[in-house]
Design a protein around this ligand. Structure first.
Ligand SMILES: *Cc1c(COP(=O)(O)O)cnc(C)c1O
Length: 407
C-alpha cells in the first residue's frame, strides 16, 4: 500500500509558554497600546525593538503591524513618491509589488535565475531605470550580495531588503537586512516568528528611522521607542512626515520576545528538516535541486525544487499525485494565481513586460512549506512520496517519448 502523509502544512508550533504568560500580563494590565506606559517602564514593544536591533546589529529597529507595512514605510522614508519606478523581483509574493503600489510607485521587475535569486545581469541592465531596489530574498534564496551591492552602489541605487523569508539568515556572516539601507521583516504566522500579524524595519540611518517612527504613528511620543534617533534629526523631519498608523502593540511584542530568544535554535531545526527533504530528493530523475550557496546561511522554512522544461500537464499530474498522498506542493507556473503563488504577470495594476527566461523558471518551481511541527521522519516520508510520484510521471513521459520516437 502507498504511504500517505498525515501532517498539516499550515500548522505552526504553539506560542511558547513564556510568551503566553507575558501576553496574559499585558491583557491583565489593560495597557495594550505601545505608548500606554506607567512610570518609567519601557514596555514590551520598546524592549522588543531593542532586542531586535541587538539581534541584527542595527542601530535602530521599529516594530510595526506587518511586513508589508514595513516595506511601504521604508519606501516612504526614502522619499519614494507616486510615479517613481522601483526595481523589484519578478519572483516574489504579492505584498512586495503591493507595497510599491501602495505609495503610488511603479514596480520594474528584474528576472529570476535557476538558483531562484534575482538575476544580477538583468539588474545591471535595468540599474539606470530606478533609484531604489526593493530586494526580496524570496524563499530565503540569497543572491551574491557582494556583487548586488556593487551594482547598486555604482548606479546610485538604495537597497531595501525584504527579509520575510530570511529572518535569521546571513550572507558571508552579515545578517540579511543589514546589506541594504533598510531591512524589512514579517512576524506573520507563516514566517520565522509568529505574532499573527506584525513586522520590523531596521536601519543604521538616523533620518530614515526618524521618518519611519513618525510615519508609523508616533503621536510625537517617539522618546518611548526602543531605539531613538537624535532629537535634532527628529526636529528636522517631524513637521513634514505624515502619520500613517501601523504601530505594533504590547500583546504581540510580549508573544515575540521569547521567540526572538529561540530564533537561532529554531533556524537549526528548520535546516535539519530541510536537509532531510533535500537529501531525500537528490538524484530524482527529472528533478533539479536548488543548491544553497556556501556563502549563505539560510533558514529552511520551505523548500523549492525545479521540474525544468516539464509540460504544464505533467507538472499538474505530479501535484495531483502528491496531493492524493497528503503532500501539498505549490506551483508558481499556474495560469492563474492560486493561494499565495501569484507571479509578476498576475499583478495587472503594474506594467509587466514579458520575461521569457524568467517564465521558463517560474513554470518549473514547486514549493513546499516545512513547519516545525513536522518531525525528521515526516520529512523523510514526504521526500519519499515526492520522489516516487515525480518518478512515475517522469517515467511515463520518457516512455511516451520513446514510443513517439520509435513509432
Ligand atoms: C509574507 C511576506 C511579506 C510581507 O509580510 P506581511 O507581514 O504578510 O505583510 C513580504 N514579502 C514576502 C516574500 C512575504 O512572503
Amino acid at each position: 500500500m502507498n504511504e500517505v502523509f498525515k501532517g498539516t502544512f499550515t500548522q505552526q508550533e504553539p506560542i511558547p509558554d513564556e510568551g503566553i504568560a507575558a501576553a496574559m500580563d499585558v491583557l491583565r494590565s489593560g495597557r495594550l497600546h505601545r505608548y500606554n506606559l506607567v512610570g518609567d517602564e519601557p514596555g514590551e514593544v520598546a524592549l522588543l525593538e531593542r532586542e531586535f536591533a541587538a539581534y541584527t546589529g542595527a542601530r535602530h529597529a521599529l516594530a510595526v503591524t506587518s511586513g508589508g507595512y514595513a516595506m511601504a514605510t521604508a519606501l516612504r522614508a526614502l522619499g519614494v513618491t507616486p510615479g517613481d519606478p522601483v526595481l523589484t523581483n519578478a519572483f516574489t509574493l504579492a505584498p512586495v509589488p503591493g507595497a510599491i503600489a501602495s505609495v503610488g510607485a511603479v514596480p520594474v521587475y528584474v528576472g529570476v535565475t535557476e538558483g531562484l535569486t534575482i538575476d544580477l545581469d538583468d539588474l545591471a541592465q535595468k540599474a539606470g531605470q530606478a533609484r531604489v531596489l526593493m530586494l526580496s530574498h524570496m524563499r530565503g534564496h540569497l543572491a551574491d550580495m557582494d556583487r548586488l551591492m556593487a551594482i547598486c552602489g555604482a548606479a546610485g541605487i538604495t537597497v531595501i531588503e525584504d527579509c520575510a523569508h530570511t529572518m535569521g539568515a546571513a550572507w558571508r556572516g552579515v545578517p540579511s537586512g543589514r546589506w541594504g539601507k533598510i531591512g524589512c521583516y514579517s512576524t506573520q504566522t507563516y514566517k520565522h516568528m509568529n505574532s499573527g500579524e506584525g513586522g520590523f524595519l531596521v536601519t543604521d540611518d538616523d533620518e530614515v528611522m526618524a521618518r519611519a517612527v513618525i510615519l508609523s504613528g508616533s503621536y510625537m511620543l517617539y522618546e518611548r521607542h526602543g531605539t531613538v534617533p537624535p532629537a535634532e534629526v527628529i526636529e528636522r523631519v517631524k513637521y513634514d512626515t505624515p502619520n500613517v498608523s501601523g504601530r505594533m502593540d504590547h500583546l504581540r511584542a510580549a508573544i515575540l520576545r521569547p521567540q526572538l530568544r529561540m530564533l537561532d535554535a529554531q533556524c537549526e531545526k528548520w535546516n535539519a528538516r530541510y536537509r532531510v527533504v533535500e537529501n531525500g530528493l537528490r538524484d530524482t530523475p527529472g528533478l533539479r535541486i536548488v543548491e544553497r550557496p556556501e556563502a549563505g546561511r539560510f533558514v529552511g522554512s520551505s523548500i523549492q525544487f525545479l521540474l525544468l522544461d516539464w509540460s504544464g500537464s505533467r507538472i499538474e499530474a505530479v501535484l495531483a499525485r502528491c496531493a492524493a498522498r497528503g503532500v501539498e506542493l505549490k506551483w508558481f507556473g499556474g495560469a492563474e494565481p492560486k493561494g499565495f503563488t501569484s507571479r509578476y504577470d498576475s499583478w495587472r495594476y503594474a506594467p509587466h513586460p514579458a520575461m521569457p527566461e524568467s517564465d521558463r523558471i517560474l513554470r518549473a518551481i514547486l514549493d513546499m512549506r516545512l513547519p516545525l511541527t513536522f518531525s525528521l521522519e515526516d520529512c523523510a516520508q514526504i521526500a519519499r512520496i515526492i520522489r516516487v510520484e515525480v518518478g512515475a510521471v517522469w517515467q511515463a513521459g520518457v516512455s511516451h517519448k520513446d514510443r513517439v520516437a520509435t513509432s
